[in-house]
Ligand binder design. Sequence first.
Ligand SMILES: [Zn+2]
Ligand SMILES: [Zn+2]
Length: 162
Amino acid sequence: MAKCAYCSTTIIFGGKSEGKLRFCNDQCRNKGVLLATSEQIPANVIQQKACEIHQGNCPKCGARGPIDVHVSYQVWSAVFLTSWKSRPHVCCRSCGIKSQLGDATFSLLLGWWGFPWGLIFTPIQVVRNMVGLARGVDPSKPSAQLEKIVRLTTASQLIQTN
Ligand SMILES: [Zn+2]
Ligand SMILES: [Zn+2]
């Protein structure tokens, strides 16, 4: 199965394409189109920035790192409409846990009320949050996903300054 080129979530249904890349939704696609530009930034520049963020303080709560990407998963439904998304957060583990618990609760309350996708996606998104909670990220070094987000952020800054 295809994975989103931006947030690395497995795409079960739908998704958006951009050239050869696949994304889970428009939001990820908008961020992901920078991937091509970002490939031109030297790897050591990215690694250094990723390390700085990894060892820095949490942008959400100010606590000490390690800071990394924690993805939380949300779904909400309104009768025939169901909307689901993955939200990558760059923060400390405890803020990551908070967003995953928050999104699991949100999905349990608001996910079910659409047919048929709400019934299908609510358990999927809740389980994804639980897996993220249980697994966490390797605290010893920046993850590939953090490097990717740093790469994209740097690319968008380059585009804005040019
Ligand atoms: Zn995505
Ligand atoms: Zn935090």
